[in-house]
Design a protein around this ligand. Structure first.
Ligand code: MTE
Ligand code: CO
Length: 426
């Protein structure tokens, strides 16, 4: 029989505990204290119900849900942030997650007219405008094109928007939780556009949702023919209604508002719809009075998820695992540095898990906490060499009169009790 712990097969349970302890302490580079008491611990010595009685059978949970002890791991909204819950947002609990994939039930939601509930049998995708042959696809038609599987992050352009003028919301769920990362299954947008035959004058694509907001957004044809997908599945199962069931547009690395959910129409045109409709949405006003427009790419960004205000240090001094997420709309993350002292000294973090272009990356920094106050920061660099800016650098470039595209460095203050707060230092 294999022996995954690496212990001698004859080791007693107590020896096993000891060996396990030495192993983990050595890994973290410090002493993990308190476990010597395990010998008298009622969690070890007392017989529990679950030791004695059988549990529920295989038919109790045809679609499984997380343990009842994880009931606090949920998306959360901020009631005062938007006028009503129909046109609103909730946030991914980043501080509760591991790895790089966001579970479907925890992907933040942003919708402008609530969740459209659509029978896939009645759903159609139309392509019209500057095409040789306007087409209408059923879901079954779309599933006859070659499929691909890709892991991508989606970040709302307004993520961290409340933090432009200073530290606001006490938790990375609220400051950075308008991001999720799943594996999409779908077909290449290029393939279905080619089927309709884009005319040479067709330089822009208007994508429209079937929900009451329609959410018309224009995408340059170059991007549409590059890596965009029309997806019907996330993390191996059908899209969730919240995420656009039965069909959504995937626009890798670009701002979330372009990822049209409940996708029903693609119109090929020769100019962006934003200009036609004179909408001022998704522009960043600069102090000069000029505006940044068509700022599509979500630039390099990172955040420490643990410790963070919702995930304080509860174990006291000693071995501490710092963990976080980094991402860039320009490709993969090449490096993440972390600082414990507000950016004076930087240490290389360890990226663990897959490093995929335009996907979340997981990083770690293991250190021995001496119990003194910390100012935690992380700074990511992407494969194109872009380095995450400080918030002051961002404000110097763009002023304070905006909420979009805040990829500035986040600071968490840790006090000697392990309590963590959102702060800004300059
Ligand atoms: N698509 C439609 N049809 N309606 C919407 O309200 N919201 C957009 C985009 N696509 C929206 C939409 C915005 S602003 C964002 S950030 C993303 O969807 C959010 O995707 P999610 O709900 O899967 O997180
Ligand atoms: Co958005």
């Amino acid at each position: 029989m294999s022996n995954p712990t690496g212990n001698r097969p004859d080791a007693s349970r107590r020896n096993f505990l000891k060996v396990g302890l030495i192993g983990s302490a050595a890994l973290a580079g410090g002493l993990v204290s308190g476990r010597a008491a395990a010998a008298g611990d009622p969690a070890i010595t007392e017989i529990k119900d679950w030791n004695r009685f059988s549990g529920e059978g295989v038919d109790a949970r045809p679609y499984g849900t997380p343990s009842e002890f994880e009931s606090g791991v949920v998306r959360r909204s901020v009631p005062w942030l938007t006028a009503d819950p129909i046109s609103s947002v909730n946030f991914t609990p980043l501080h509760e997650l591991e790895g790089i994939i966001t579970p479907n039930g925890l992907c933040f939601e942003r919708h402008h007219a609530g969740i459209a509930v659509i029978d896939p049998a009645e759903h159609r995708l139309m392509i019209n405008g500057l095409v040789e042959q306007p087409l209408v696809f059923t879901m079954a038609d779309l599933k006859r094109f070659p499929r691909e599987n890709r892991v991508y992050f989606l970040e709302c352009a307004a993520n961290s928007g409340m933090e432009w003028r200073g530290a606001q919301l006490n938790g990375c769920q609220y400051t950075h939780g308008m991001v999720h990362c799943v594996m999409y299954t779908g077909v290449r947008l290029k393939d279905i556009l080619n089927e309709a035959g884009v005319k040479p004058a067709g330089t822009w694509l208007l994508a429209e949702g079937a929900d009451a907001s329609a959410m018309g957004r224009s995408i340059p044809m170059e991007k549409a023919l590059d890596d965009c997908m029309v997806a019907f599945a996330m993390n191996g199962e059908a899209l969730r209604p919240e995420q656009g069931y039965p069909l959504r547009l995937v626009v890798p690395g670009w701002e979330g508002n372009m990822w049209i959910k409940w996708l029903r129409r693609l119109e090929v045109g020769d100019q962006p719809w934003q200009l036609r409709e004179e909408t001022s949405k998704y522009t960043d006003l600069l102090p000069s009075g000029k505006a940044r427009r068509f700022t599509f790419t979500m630039e390099v960004k990172s955040v420490i998820t643990n410790p963070s205000p919702q995930a304080p240090i509860v174990h006291g001094k000693g071995a501490t695992v710092l963990s976080g997420l980094a991402w860039s709309g320009n490709g993969t993350i090449k490096r993440v540095d972390v600082s414990l002292d507000g950016g004076r000294n930087w240490h290389a973090a360890r990226i663990d898990g897959p490093s995929l272009p335009r996907a979340l990356h997981r990083f770690y920094y293991e250190f021995d906490w001496d119990g003194s106050e910390l100012f935690l920061q992380s700074r990511a660099m992407d494969e194109q060499g872009y380095v995450q800016p400080t918030k002051d650098e961002l404000r110097a470039a763009r002023g304070e009169n905006t909420i979009y595209h805040n990829n500035g460095i986040q600071t968490w203050h840790v006090n000697p009790d392990g309590v963590v707060e959102n702060v800004e230092i300059s």
